[in-house]
Design a protein around this ligand. Structure first.
Ligand SMILES: Nc1ncnc2c1ncn2[C@@H]1O[C@H](COP(=O)(O)OP(=O)(O)O)[C@@H](O)[C@H]1O
Ligand SMILES: [Mg+2]
Length: 336
């Protein structure tokens, strides 16, 4: 990746994002001070166990935080330098689906059961590309073909429930990409699929990306999955970033014990050793103050770990880690 020499703002820049859920006077911080940038042609992975705050962060990027009782307490979300926080819903709706598109773990969630495959994709083309009926339908067939749905002319007349999981996810990808978005948010897009189908969908996303310069925010609980798609990784734990950096660096030299723990629980890369699950469970966001949130599960903790909340400290080469002991721990990575 070459650094831009002009002073263009990053495509997507999230700065100090803090999200709260609740009502009245009771609000819980579920995401705290999350920052990352994403550029065209890049894939940034948000990784962490279930409940770490990945989906709510992505939802905020789409301007949907307010929908389910959430609010952006602090922070900024900029698309090409333009602040999205505080934009009226009408503006956000225009941006969603045209500039920023999203696919979900369950592809049926992004699809409308009442419309055929062709109609869903054609509808996006009509609304966002301003195409007429015939041109939109042609564009839909073209998209179905591009995402590897066999016999697209015929399949265009089928309804979403007539597609297998893998084919339905391809259809969701076709609908998401039909408007030529610059950012695709993919929330656990392969988690519900068989391993072989999962690999094909990942391959498709990689291909789309190399063809179009799409930026992808890829969300997964599985570091093994993101290894194949991501350039950079942001590891989240209990609502905050605990480590971030280029994917190769995190794999070879993880700096946070949690990252090392996630690496140790990747099946295919486990080097024949028994899998090590991280013992314990993730504390609910907002429950731990003044301590390292991972400490109670950490085999490397010392007394100081539970006496202060460690800052996210920038280390060498665009990496950052939130661990008191990062400098003196030697954690084993996985050489691929
Ligand atoms: N609508 C909501 N209301 C209240 N709490 C929520 C809501 N959605 C998510 N949360 C809380 O926010 C935290 C992060 O959730 P989520 O982003 O879904 O995690 P992940 O996607 O990493 O599994 C969880 O503790 C969850 O309970
Ligand atoms: Mg999620």
């Amino acid at each position: 990746m070459t650094e831009s020499i002009t002073s263009q703002p990053p495509l997507l820049e999230v700065e100090g994002l803090t999200l709260e859920y609740g009502s009245g006077r009771r609000w819980t911080r579920v995401v705290e001070d999350v920052s990352f940038t994403l550029n065209a042609g890049q894939t940034l992975a948000l990784v962490g166990e279930s409940g770490s705050g990945k989906t709510v962060s992505a939802t905020a990027v789409l301007g949907l935080a307010g929908r389910k009782g959430g609010r952006i307490a602090e922070g900024s979300i900029k698309l090409r330098g333009r602040e999205l926080v505080g934009l009226p819903e009408r503006e956000l709706r225009r941006i969603r689906g045209s500039e920023v598109a999203m696919i979900f773990q369950n592809p049926l969630r992004s699809l409308n059961p009442a419309f055929t495959a062709g109609e869903q994709v054609a509808e996006v083309a009509r609304v966002h590309l301003d195409l007429g009926r015939k041109a939109a339908w042609d564009r839909a067939i073209e998209m179905l073909d591009a995402v590897g749905i066999p016999d697209p002319e015929r399949r265009a007349r089928d309804y979403p429930h007539q597609f297998s999981g893998g084919m339905a996810q391809r259809l969701a990808i076709a609908a998401a990409l039909c408007s030529n978005p610059s950012v695709l948010i993919a929330d656990e897009p392969t988690t519900a699929l068989d391993v072989t189908v999962q690999a094909l969908v990942l391959q498709l996303l990689r291909k789309v990306q190399s063809d179009t310069d799409l930026a992808v925010l890829f969300i997964s609980h599985d570091l093994g999955v993101v290894a194949d798609v991501a350039d950079r990784v942001v590891v989240m734990y209990s609502g905050e970033v605990v480590e971030q950096g280029p994917i190769e660096d995190l794999f070879t030299t993880p700096s946070h014990p949690y990252t090392a723990g996630l690496l140790g629980s990747i099946p295919a890369l486990g080097r024949g050793e028994p899998l090590r699950a991280i013992p314990g469970t993730i504390p609910p966001p907002g429950t731990l103050q003044g301590t390292c949130r991972f400490a109670e599960r950490c085999e490397h903790k010392v007394a100081g770990c539970q006496q202060a909340h460690p800052p996210l400290a920038v280390t060498a080469d665009s990496r950052a880690v939130r661990c008191l002991r990062a400098a003196d721990l030697v954690l084993e990575g996985i050489t691929r």
